[in-house]
Ligand binder design. Structure first.
Ligand code: ZN
Length: 82
């Protein structure tokens, strides 16, 4: 069993066959997302935390919680506008 996930946009190693969620790329809703498994999501957030230490207060990466990101491939919530 390879550590890959066909649904995930990340570079892996992934959670094989795991659920994937939409991580917003920017602060504008629906402006763009990447689809990531849990493992790639956590790596991306770790990267963002490290970058935030170097960035000014007015240009910080968002650090959404995994549970708050929309699940990809399942029914989306139309009221999710946060
Ligand atoms: Zn992944």
């Amino acid at each position: 069993m390879s550590e890959s996930n066909a649904m995930c946009d990340g570079s892996g190693p992934c959670v094989p066959g795991g659920r994937v969620r939409l991580l917003p790329l920017g602060s504008i809703p629906d402006h763009g997302n990447v689809i990531l498994c849990r493992a790639c999501f956590e790596r991306e957030l770790q990267y963002r935390r490290e970058r935030n230490m170097e960035l000014g207060a007015d240009c910080q990466f968002k650090l959404p919680a995994w549970a708050d990101c929309a699940i990809y491939g399942e029914q989306a919530s139309p009221s999710a506008q946060v």
